[in-house]
Design a protein around this ligand. Sequence first.
Ligand code: GLN
Ligand code: ZN
Length: 755
Amino acid sequence: MTSAPQKPFTATVLGLPRVGPRRELKRATEAYWAGAIDAARLHAVARELRRDQLTGLHAAGLDSIPIGTFSYYDQMLDTAVLLGALPPRVAGIADPLDRYFVAARGTDTVEPLELTKWFDTNYHYLIPEIGPDTAFALHPEKLLAELREALELGLPARPVVIGPITFLKLAKGTSGSPLARLAEVLPLYRELLRQLAHAGAQWVQIDEPVLVTDLSAEEIDLVRVTYGELSGATDRPAILLATYFGHPGAALAALASTAIEGVALDFTSGTDVSAVTATPGLASKLVVAGIVDGRNVWRTDLDRALATLTALPGSAAHVAVSSSCSLLHVPYTLTAETRLDERLRSWLAFGTEKVTEVRLLATGLREGPQAIHAELTTARAALASRRSDPRLNNPRVRARLAELGPDAARRAPAEQRRELQRARLRLPVLPTTTIGSYPQTSAIRLARAALRTGKIDQAEYVRRMRAEIADVVALQEDLGLDVLVHGEPERNDMVQYFAEQLDGFATTEHGWVQSYATLCVRPPILFADVARRGPMTVEWIGYAQSLTDKPVKGILTGPVTILAWSFVRDDQPLGDSARQVALAIREETVDLQSAGIRIIQVDEPALRELLPLRTVDQPAYLEWSVAAFRLATSGVSDATQIHTHMCYSEFGKVIGAIAGLDADVTSIVAARSHMEVLDDLNAAGFDRGIGPGVYAVHSPRVPSVDEIITSLRAALKAVPAERLWVNPDCGLKARGRTEVEASLRNMVAAAAAMR
Ligand code: GLN
Ligand code: ZN
């Protein structure tokens, strides 16, 4: 076993989805959690899914197949297990699978690891905790078993691991920076490489997506040293270092200076041919060109991709074709979709179709374009059909946006609006409200399913939803809340609900993508100009308002969040798409206002997650995203109060943008009884109404009146009473009715006591 030149490969993908084409793993995992199946059964389901998937990839012509991107929960958690870095609080759990799931999900007494977004994707990973008690130790059993399984199937298996720099940089240090522990982790990686080589791996893929974020000069040095050291060992497979979601910048030269055998680069987001030509050290390495977009659903422009591939130095012998990142972020296959518009379908490529594109490009690169002549012709026709589709150009929408201009804003300044709204709404000091949704009961879900399967008709569905709304309004009146909501019973999802009613969006039947663990979402596809067909929410919200004299706050989803949770167009800047969605939301706010709604909340929980990974790209993003929000919310009169809601407590780089949104009231998550976020907002000059969540909705626990009073007291240290709102920290849709009632009763009592 040496690092002697390994056979380079020609076609691969960087990683794979794992929930199963029909979400089989989701169902099995949930059954295991519920105690309905045992671990052996769960493992059997997983093994079968892997076998079908991996052999399928081989049959489709990939000559190097990623192994170990399968996970029962999350790849970062798997890496924590691999390195012996689970938190000490789960160490007492003897069964490894149960220990793993407790680390991920917690129990009544054990806090789980925290979840957060994986770079700028919609996937969530578990944040490893590295503390003084972390005693790193190698546990390669899972990876070795999956490697063995693949080799027994006769597959050209390439084990994949998350690299030490990414792992440590994304971990949370309970004492000091985790990256300071690199020297302890490196020997484990070296030993892992040795064991993988002995088990028969020709190549190993080490993922370092953190290299596409801003790194300090010292960190770039660490990259050089780390990979110098790992590639310096002789007893190892060839190393493919994978970066994705952006360009590695200065880290590329650092990598090129080491003896690693290959680099995977994301040609769909920032890397281009010149980055490769400008890095001489790459000439002797395999460049794995991620040219098939692993994060979006569009068919690849094969001609353009082939031109890029051909322009790469080192000729075909040194270039392999790949997806830009793991296929985790796209649905399994287009063939499962039966209801897509045929034209739109011809423009798309999901997971299996992307694998085919990779294979075709690899053939085209080696044998010349004539070898894939027929497929090039089909691809060209599809692209031409897309470019010429009239739906891509809605003159009404474009004219209206031109008329509104780039900086639509509300007429009166905030102070003036405040007076107008105060006179109109006559709310008490410390007004109480909620974020929008009330519990999505099984009756609501059953009604939706019954409508879908035709068991009930639209009229019956409307009747049931109205009954839910009436119920929630009555509850809120009884609780004594000041600003009511309709409860959002009719919304399956805060993005899909709107996408289904807007021109320009398509939805899928089986286009599931893992968000975290067993939670999957079906992102809508934004494929054309967006236009509102008619009112989307007015019937429901107006009905709620007809039942009460108190103001009902109308809830809409904001343009940035609608884009963040959809597959978006790649033929125009995201900011242009945002303006179109904003216009549709704006039209809705105007209709709500006409229906007597005096307060409108435009939710933007995703404002921060779309923030570009590189600092240089952030100002432009913040500019268009803030402008889109203002466009969406400036169609109403100054006496209509605009709220927004965001779901994170650390605003960091977006804090200035919060003030820029120019909302009259903002509700946010705030750490219980600390409320540091309010100081940050003050420091950023924010002087509007603010509702720092006074209790957390993510657990069923009912907060006491005293606890809420403590939160309010802490908030009042930072914010004058005239600006403070009293609300939970997020929507209540996942909670039970009894907890919600008890919690809100305490919240209202606490506000009354404070007044
Ligand atoms: N209005 C939504 C709700 O209450 C907001 C959800 C969110 O912030 N993600 O459910
Ligand atoms: Zn929220």
